[in-house]
Design a protein around this ligand. Structure first.
Ligand code: SF4
Length: 374
């Protein structure tokens, strides 16, 4: 097995076994893990406690039954899965759960938590342009800090926070480089591998993830760049999984050369900037500077233009919209983006992501026809 294959295999294992990653961490450090509900949270604060931050992104192919008691059938697919897992006690090993509520479904779910872990709910202000929004979010972060300190019996110092901010900023920078390298070497980093590198960062200490990805980048860059005879796409949406779906991209030689997925590049888009203000204020500013995301209100609706620019700059053949089933914020953005794609002659295809399904024949047919049309 080559070094590249070995690193990818390690990251794929972690991405596929979050429970094992959490148990290993507990055994190694004696500390537990804190769950993070999508989409954004001041994860650096959890890192500063020494607990492992764990992303909570549902599961694939799990039949929904218990969740139906608490959520209507038209709640988004990912939260149906999260509720089902909660009812089964899947998150009860977490020491706490951090819960932002930027959409109606998350608001609803935050009031119906069925697990036993303490839940810390906070709000992102949606009138994001105002300085008052930063100040409001700082007060929310102060409350999170107090609640984490009580729940975990730790003290979060500014020194620890600054250290965690530096670790996260470095990880984001390395991941942005990884995106470029993956685009240059689609033969080496296929759609499944690319996703695994992103997903594993949800279940690892970021400094360990950074080291592995740096090593991966160095190994890949030492290889010659080969011409790509397939198609290239930019993908957008909440998430694009499972591997069975991504394998269809590989089968039809569709390289993902950039993404705007909430689970992937939106997580690495904005750094915490340096400055004299305290760490909580600088972390709060990240929300104000976030762009191109369906849950971060943008009156100028710039996501479509951002995707068009990405498509042109990367030389992509098309945009693929991975529409999370029954996700209102994504559905509201789509008509605006679609009109802009049409006006600029950018080819696009929308596919539905439903975490309950386990058969992907329909998506396969649509992707195959789309590639033939391209
Ligand atoms: S943003 Fe969309 S996918 Fe995420 S919780 Fe809200 S409705 Fe569900």
């Amino acid at each position: 097995m080559s070094k590249v294959e070995a690193i990818l295999s390690q990251l794929k294992d972690i991405a596929a076994n979050p429970k094992k990653a959490m148990d290993d961490y507990k055994a190694e450090t004696g500390k537990g893990a804190v769950g993070i509900m999508p989409i954004y949270a001041p994860e650096e604060m959890i890192h500063a406690t020494g607990y492992l931050p764990m992303g909570i992104w549902g599961a694939q192919g799990k039949a929904i039954s218990k969740a139906r008691t608490y959520l209507p059938a038209f709640a988004c697919s990912i939260m149906q899965q999260v509720m089902e897992l909660q009812c089964e006690g899947a998150y009860d090993g977490l020491s706490a759960v951090l819960f932002s509520v930027p959409c109606d479904t998350l608001k609803c779910l935050s009031q119906k938590w069925k697990g036993t872990s303490p839940v810390i709910v906070f709000t992102h202000p949606q009138n994001r342009g105002l300085e008052a929004a930063n100040k409001f979010l700082v007060t929310e972060y102060e409350l999170i800090k107090e609640q984490l300190e009580v729940a975990l019996n730790v003290k979060i110092t500014n020194v620890a926070l600054e250290n965690s901010i530096a670790i996260y900023n470095e990880n984001k920078a390395v991941m942005r480089e990884f995106v470029k390298v993956a685009a240059e070497y689609p033969q080496v980093i296929d759609a499944v591998s690319r996703h695994a590198v992103f997903k594993a960062r949800q279940f690892m200490l970021k400094e360990k993830h950074t080291e592995l990805v740096k090593e991966l980048i160095a190994e890949v860059k030492a290889m010659p760049v080969q011409p790509w005879d397939g198609k290239k796409v930019v993908v957008t949406g909440i998430l694009l999984e499972p591997n069975e779906l991504l394998e269809i991209f590989n089968e039809f030689k569709i390289a993902i050369i950039d993404d705007d997925l909430a689970q992937e590049s939106r997580q690495i888009r904005v750094d915490v900037v340096d400055g004299d203000e305290g760490p909580l204020y600088r972390m709060a500013k990240v929300w104000q500077q976030m762009f191109g995301c369906s849950v971060a209100t943008d009156t100028k609706k710039s996501r479509g233009k951002m995707l068009i620019n990405k498509t042109i700059q990367t030389g992509a053949d098309a945009v693929i919209v991975a529409m999370m089933k029954f996700c209102d914020p994504e559905e509201w953005d789509y008509p605006v983006m679609y009109r802009e794609f049409e006006e600029k002659g950018i080819k696009s295809l929308m596919i539905e992501v439903d975490q309950e399904v386990s058969s992907f024949e329909q998506v396969k047919t649509r992707l195959q026809s789309f590639v033939e049309m391209l």
